[in-house]
Design a protein around this ligand. Structure first.
Ligand SMILES: N[C@@H](CCC[C@H](N)C(=O)O)C(=O)O
Length: 271
């Protein structure tokens, strides 16, 4: 039996999306890793499932999985892709996604860009989480990154060049991060524009990380380096991030694209 999937991306951060609303699929961590494999599977930065929402006001339940099979509480670019997919299926221009990070309202812009309200950042050390009590604005690591949670753990290093990327995997697994962390390297161009590369937890370096962009802007504002509205230039393109002073929520806007749709025999991939 073959199962339908969608292949989408936001700024080159690419996703395989399965719809479990009609029926649950046998997607184990091992099978997810096999499907995500770039040479032996379909290939993606994250595998995403759509389910029936349980929360009032939500249009769809969304779960995100890394190519190592681990589950992530948030994925900004996949949220924007799913919002566009659901809107295109007749869900209207304002779909609401139910995720582990809460209800995320989305908005289809007239110019085709997609905005997702990623909710408020959480900056307490327990929320990131970190291994013990400490100031999340200045972690005791070389480079002194700032940390927060956007529903998933992020550490942002403010750097002059991207050489620290070579240590992305080691930093992701540093004992300071009991659930590992996404490692962002940000170069400030000015107070309204930064360049960013993210070594993603469970995925490695990707062309763009939406939640990483949100975290980088919030951390830059916390450090007094940026305005609340900031353009983030990633390898795959540009995201506009706004950290609202009104309600503390972070809004992320950028393009999405459908690459192709297909079917796959799930049983052919190791469970
Ligand atoms: N690409 C994502 C983040 C995906 C999850 C991340 N690797 C994690 O484990 O937290 C994004 O656009 O936010």
């Amino acid at each position: 039996m073959r199962t339908q999937f969608y292949k989408m991306h936001g700024l080159g951060n690419d996703f395989v999306i399965f719809d479990e609303r009609p029926a649950l699929l046998p997607l184990t961590p091992t099978r997810i890793a096999a499907l995500a494999h770039r040479k032996r599977g379909i290939g993606c930065d994250q595998l995403v499932t759509l389910g029936k929402p349980e929360a009032e006001g939500a249009d769809v339940l969304v779960r995100f999985f890394n190519p190592d099979g681990s589950e992530a509480g948030a994925c900004g670019n996949a949220s924007r892709c799913v919002a566009a997919l659901v809107a295109g299926q007749g869900g209207g221009a304002h779909p609401v996604l139910q995720t582990r990070a809460g209800l995320l309202p989305a908005h289809m812009q007239a110019d085709g860009l997609v905005t997702v309200d990623m909710g408020p950042p959480r900056t307490d050390w327990q929320d990131v989480p970190l291994a013990s009590a400490m100031d999340t604005l200045c972690l005791p690591l070389p480079g002194q990154p700032a940390a927060l949670s956007m529903g998933n753990p992020h550490a942002t290093f403010f750097v002059q060049d991207f050489s620290l990327l070579a240590q992305g995997y080691a930093l992701e697994h540093d004992p300071l991060f009991p659930q590992r962390a996404n490692i962002g390297l940000a170069i400030m161009e000015n107070r309204s524009r930064m360049r960013l590369k993210v070594h993603e937890r469970g995925a490695g370096l990707t062309e763009a990380c939406g939640s990483g962009a949100c975290a980088a802007v919030v951390n830059a504002v916390r450090r007094g380096l940026a305005e609340r509205v900031c353009e983030v230039v990633l390898d795959g393109g540009v995201l506009r991030i706004e950290w609202s002073a009104q309600n503390d929520h972070v809004l992320m806007t950028g393009p999405v694209a459908t690459t192709f749709e297909g079917t796959v025999d799930l049983a052919a991939f190791a469970s």
